[in-house]
Design a protein around this ligand. Structure first.
Ligand code: ATP
Length: 373
């Protein structure tokens, strides 16, 4: 794809400075369902913030409230400090891209992108020129005359993005824009959306249920649970220092290993490790461990304090191989633990192999015990 020109970026640029968006105590009830239960969140100017969470946690409802398609029972939506809660959707100045491409089938790409400009009575020559520049920006410079049915899904979504940007919105709202696309196109479009968003510096809220998508694209990821914010942090922090057991288990892979809590340390697999963050009451806890923090060695390798176990599964992931080890001794007996090893170290480790499992020496998250051994 050709690099966009300065003129292109100017045509697509949002009005003035990037906007700050604030959700304050948003609540929304649908019958017996609480979609939002006091959501507080601030999106910084020019930031791409991903809303991530399990199905039904209120992500789309929050996005629709910013667009003005949905109204809170209580709470407020602010853009640059101004309360827009009761401002109708068509005056919100938000560009939106949905999961389904929702292009006008009877209009070609240029006219699809120019549609909003036409509604705003921008002259034909001017709006066609602006639409063409936006199509350049999204990598479809030569597709202006095509109709939606003549485009691939990924191309249609690029047109939808160009159309959302045509009115130079102050905020860009993306609701699962990639989920209808195949894996390879998704990856390319992730990078494209990120590049365009950065280039325009437009404040963007991105709804996804795909954690990899959220972690790879966003400046910060807001994890929601039951209509509330669980944690909002940059991807590396969310993954490396999850604030709660829910975030730890929702983002990435975690094994739960029974441990014995004693004040600020926990004994697990024969090793005593410091506890990261708050510890629950009682001694019976689960220690939450990422696969990269689990060490596996053949049984007679002699690692101190390691737990005895047996490999019950292996999954080739490319550069790494993920082993599933069933612990066979001690408090953690019966627990399955995931461990990532460089593939070249894992070639001889097959199902049935007796191994010793130990954890890296680092603070660990603990949660009340739920694991059944
Ligand atoms: P998903 O990832 O499945 O799209 P989500 O996190 O975006 O989920 P929402 O679409 O915001 O969740 O819905 C939150 C809850 O509110 C769900 O239980 C949903 O069924 C309910 N809900 C949302 N909109 C409505 C509506 N218009 N009428 C009734 N219930 C609704």
């Amino acid at each position: 794809m050709t690099a966009p020109t300065v003129a292109t970026a100017t045509a697509a640029a949002p009005h003035g400075e990037a906007a700050t968006v604030e959700f304050r105590g948003l609540r929304r009830q649908f019958g017996a369902t609480t979609a939002l239960d006091g959501l507080d969140l601030t999106v910084a100017p020019g930031e791409l913030l991903a809303l991530l969470g399990p199905s039904g946690c209120g992500k789309t409802t929050a996005l629709r409230m910013l667009a003005g398609f949905e109204h809170p029972d209580s709470g407020a939506v602010l853009v640059d400090g101004q309360d827009v809660t009761s401002v109708p959707a068509h005056r919100r100045d938000a560009g939106m891209v949905f999961q389904s491409y929702s292009l006008f089938p009877h209009l070609d790409c240029v006219d699809n992108v120019a549609f909003g400009l036409r509604m705003r009575k921008v002259g034909k020559t001017e709006r066609k020129a602006q639409a063409q520049e936006l199509l350049d920006l999204v990598g479809l410079a030569d597709k202006g005359g095509r109709y939606p049915h003549e485009l691939s899904g990924g191309q249609q979504q690029r047109v939808a993005l160009a159309r959302a940007l045509a009115l130079r919105p102050r905020v860009l709202l993306l609701d699962e824009p990639l989920s209808a696309l195949d894996a390879k196109v998704r990856l390319t479009l992730r990078e494209e959306i990120r590049r365009i968003q950065r280039e325009l510096g437009i404040t963007t809220l991105f709804v996804t249920h795909d954690q990899e998508e959220a972690l790879s694209m966003a400046d910060r990821v807001a994890v929601m649970r039951d209509g509330r914010l669980e944690q909002c942090a940059p991807p590396a922090e969310l993954y490396g220092r999850p604030a709660t057991a829910f975030v730890a288990e929702f983002v990435g892979t975690m094994s739960r290993i029974p441990g014995d809590l004693d004040g600020s340390t926990v004994e697990v697999l024969g090793r005593t490790l410091p506890v990261d963050g708050d510890a629950p009451a009682g001694r019976a806890v689960d220690v939450l461990v990422r696969p990269e923090d689990v060490k596996v060695a053949v049984d007679d390798d002699g690692i101190d304090g390691a737990g005895f176990g047996r490999i019950v599964g292996t999954a080739f992931l490319g550069a790494t191989t993920r082993l599933t080890v069933r612990i066979e001794s001690g408090l953690a007996g019966g627990t399955e633990v995931k461990a990532d090893l460089p593939t070249h170290e894992a070639t001889t480790l097959t199902a049935g192999h007796a191994v010793r499992v130990t954890l890296r020496e680092r603070p660990v998250l603990v949660a009340p015990r739920t694991a059944t051994a």
